[in-house]
Design a protein around this ligand. Structure first.
Ligand SMILES: C[S@@+](CC[C@H](N)C(=O)[O-])C[C@H]1O[C@@H](n2cnc3c(N)ncnc32)[C@H](O)[C@@H]1O
Length: 376
């Protein structure tokens, strides 16, 4: 087991923390986009497959209520720490500001002064090709978030540690337009990856990922890339063939099966897969057939999830942009119905909402990302 500080991409801090929580279990929030966790090797491996974890620091040290400290005082503290924790070799100090940063501390001064104090005959500065990067985060009061965040940053904080080389930036995929089969309904790969990782339960890998509305295979591709078995289906033959082409092209590690089926009857095709996770982006508006209502289609998929003994369901639903103002009233709309009605219907079908997050798509469009678990 080892202790790490994980840094989020900054795009959606509550979702970054939710993702870490599902991949590694318990965590301590230090700042909206900075958490502390104790992880084993397999959790560390999962973090390398995350969507929103930008980097990880080990051998870290933190300093609360840091306002008023000078860059020289900070450099001395970092120097004492480096004597104990920084291995001999070539190193670089990289300082970053989160939020407003800390008054009186410039990144440049912290880098130069810490570098000078640490450097010795056995530890030499090499900014271009360091063996070790000492990352110093100067986290002031967080910027006003672009998505509602219940965590409020009260105190300034400075954290430093050695960067883990295995996580190099948030998930970045080639554009879906480069795939053999593309349609505008394709889910953004970063969101698709996030929905798959949110279906892990404190690091417990789902038995398989089921996407009953696979479209072009956006979710199936991300699940397969990280080695999960995938069962994908769609009512539309063109989508089924397109998903097959895309999955063959990706050459991920997981097995996959794709078939043409209606979401409410896939149990007849695949039977029980206890411990699987349903992950989907259901049809709405123009994607739903005129005779069908999106809500009823989703309820059909939830029924299939119960029959197949799924342990979690992660879905993304169109919703009212007012949620983005922090309003969580139960009469706001989700899939064209009041949220209170939708969540009650899920519950009476055996699915309890465990977490929900609003994602801004653009100014007047947002989506609700939901994770549900069996209610009994
Ligand atoms: C929003 S798209 C999914 C997009 C997909 N996540 C992607 O990345 O391409 C919804 C899909 O649901 C399919 N669909 C509509 N009604 C369905 C039903 N009753 N059962 C199964 N699939 C259905 C549509 O053909 C469409 O491909």
């Amino acid at each position: 087991m080892r202790d790490v500080i994980l840094l989020g991409s900054g795009w959606h801090s509550p979702l970054f923390r939710a993702e870490v929580n599902s991949l590694v279990g318990s965590l301590e929030t230090l700042h909206p986009r900075m958490v502390f966790a104790t992880v084993d090797e397999s959790s560390m491996d999962l973090l390398t497959k995350s969507s929103l974890v930008e980097s990880a620091l080990h051998s870290s040290c933190r300093l609360w209520a840091a306002s008023g400290i000078s860059s020289m005082e900070l450099a001395e503290k970092i120097g004492e720490w480096a004597d104990k924790f920084l291995p001999n070799g070539k190193f670089a100090v990289r300082a970053r500001k989160f939020g407003s940063g800390i008054e009186g501390l410039s990144r440049r001064d912290v880098e130069i002064e810490s570098g000078a104090i640490i450097s010795s005959s056995s530890k030499t500065v090499d900014l271009l090709d360091p063996e070790f990067e000492v990352v110093v985060i100067m986290a002031g009061i967080a910027d006003s978030p672009s998505h509602p965040d219940p965590f409020f940053q009260k105190d300034e904080l400075i954290v430093w540690g050695i960067k883990e080389n295995i996580i190099s930036g948030p998930y970045n995929s080639i554009s879906p337009t480069e795939r053999p089969f593309f349609k505008p309904v394709t889910l953004d790969p970063r969101l698709a990856r996030l929905m798959v990782t949110l279906s892990y339960n404190s690091g417990h890998r789902p038995k398989a990922i089921i996407d009953p509305f696979c479209g072009t295979g956006g979710i199936a591709i991300e699940a397969q890339k990280i080695g999960l078995e995938v069962f994908a289906s769609d009512l539309d033959k063109e989508m089924v063939e397109g998903t097959r082409r895309n999955l063959a092209w990706v050459e991920g590690g997981g097995n996959y099966t794709v078939c043409q089926h209606s979401a409410d009857s896939i149990y007849d095709k695949w039977g029980q897969i206890p411990g699987c996770a349903f992950v989907f982006d259901p049809p709405y508006g123009r994607n739903a057939r005129a005779s069908e209502d999106s809500f009823e289609i989703i309820m059909g998929a939830l029924n299939s999830a119960s029959q197949m003994i799924a342990s979690s369901v992660c879905m993304m639903l169109p919703t009212s942009p007012e949620f983005l103002d922090g309003n969580s009233s139960s009469d706001l709309e989700v899939v064209g119905r009041e949220w209170g009605e939708v969540s009650a219907a899920f519950l009476s079908n055996g699915w309890e909402v465990s977490s929900r997050h609003i994602v801004r798509v653009h100014k007047s469009l947002s989506r609700m990302l939901l994770v549900c678990n069996p209610s009994d």
